[in-house]
Design a binder for this molecule. Structure first.
Ligand code: ATP
Ligand code: MG
Length: 305
């Protein structure tokens, strides 16, 4: 267990709390966060409060705009010492087509207190991983302790899963400690997001691990992608469906269809300046519709075109 380390943020928070005449317990209750979290922040054991938590604390303490800004700055500076080591999600290699509303809605869920596990479900190739990458980028600033990205598609078994999560967070194994104990110990005081990408073939092992991590690590959020949900009480399921296909056979209909956009974007990667020739609109509409707007199938079709 890390001992008291004093942080500028913790000291400032404590000062504001005392001025407001609140105990740690009272502040925690009014802000809707745990008393352990308040204590950990004040003692410098948790050095990187999420932006959302800082705002809630400032509201609860009745701070004015200038005091809020100061608290935010100090929070950033306090977290800054750890930034260099914070793990990050990989950058998407291609831009997200469509789905801006889904991305923002999932990001908003992960920022709210009370939603600790969000699972993106849907068939293979529908775009769960692509959406998770976009969400992870969107919320990066809300998790200054970092985002652990664990790609599970090629893994087999519960041990490999735990190991993958530990390395996603850059956790070092302690001699004589089980990997899981080292993991929970080292991330216990952090506010982090764990992304478990492609859980389906390890669903029960993922469920068991997530259940334990959420219970032991108060500041942890999990975003999972899986063809099947994990079936945990904490889970919020967000189905990912195919990209909208064109509604009609005209150029305007293509302009408004993410499925058609994806086709054109991928075709342009192979054929510079690729454009739909006048008269070819119905053919593209038919391709998008026959493939049900499934992104992976559309990419393959574009590669053959
Ligand atoms: N909205 C999107 N914008 C751009 N490309 C996308 C989008 N959705 C999916 N793709 C592309 O389609 C392919 C399949 O997407 P992805 O790998 O995210 O599917 P998945 O649902 O995670 O599939 P699986 O269940 O097999 O893991 C990828 O090459 C991805 O880049
Ligand atoms: Mg995937």
């Amino acid at each position: 267990m890390a001992g008291d380390q004093h942080s500028a943020f913790g000291d400032l928070l404590r000062r504001h709390r005392l001025v407001a005449g609140l105990s740690q317990q009272a502040l925690a209750e009014r802000a809707g966060i745990s008393v352990d979290a308040v204590a950990a922040l004040e003692r410098g054991r948790r050095r990187s409060p999420r932006a959302f938590t800082v705002r809630v604390l400032a509201d609860t303490l009745g701070l004015g705009q200038a005091q809020l800004e100061q608290l935010v700055e100090v929070a950033k500076a306090t977290a800054g010492g750890q930034r260099g080591r914070a793990p990050r999600a990989p950058a998407p290699v291609t831009p997200l087509v469509g789905r801006a509303a889904e991305r923002d809605a999932v990001a908003a869920l992960l920022r709210q207190d009370g939603y600790r596990l969000v699972t993106l479900t849907g068939p293979g190739g529908v775009g769960k991983t692509q959406l998770a990458l976009a969400v992870a980028r969107r919320v990066a600033d809300d998790f200054p302790d970092g985002i652990g990205w664990a790609p599970l598609a090629l893994l087999d078994g519960a041990d490999a899963l735990t190991q993958a999560v530990a390395s996603a967070f850059g956790v070092r194994e302690k001699p004589g400690n089980a990997v899981l104990d080292s993991l929970t110990e080292q991330i216990a005081a952090r506010d982090q997001l764990l992304v478990l990408d492609n859980c389906e073939h390890l669903a029960s092992a993922c469920a068991a691990l997530v259940d334990r991590l959420l219970a032991e690590v108060a500041g942890l959020r999990v975003l999972a992608t899986s063809r099947e949900r994990l079936r945990l009480a904490a889970e919020v399921v967000r189905p990912v469906t195919s990209l909208p296909v064109p509604r009609g056979r005209h150029r305007d209909d293509l302009e408004h269809s993410p499925a058609a956009h994806l086709f054109v974007q991928r075709a342009r990667q192979l054929v510079p300046y690729f454009e739909i020739a006048p008269g070819d609109e119905p053919a593209l509409v038919r391709i998008c519709q026959e493939l049900d707007g499934l992104p992976l199938a559309i990419e393959l079709a574009a590669a053959r075109s």
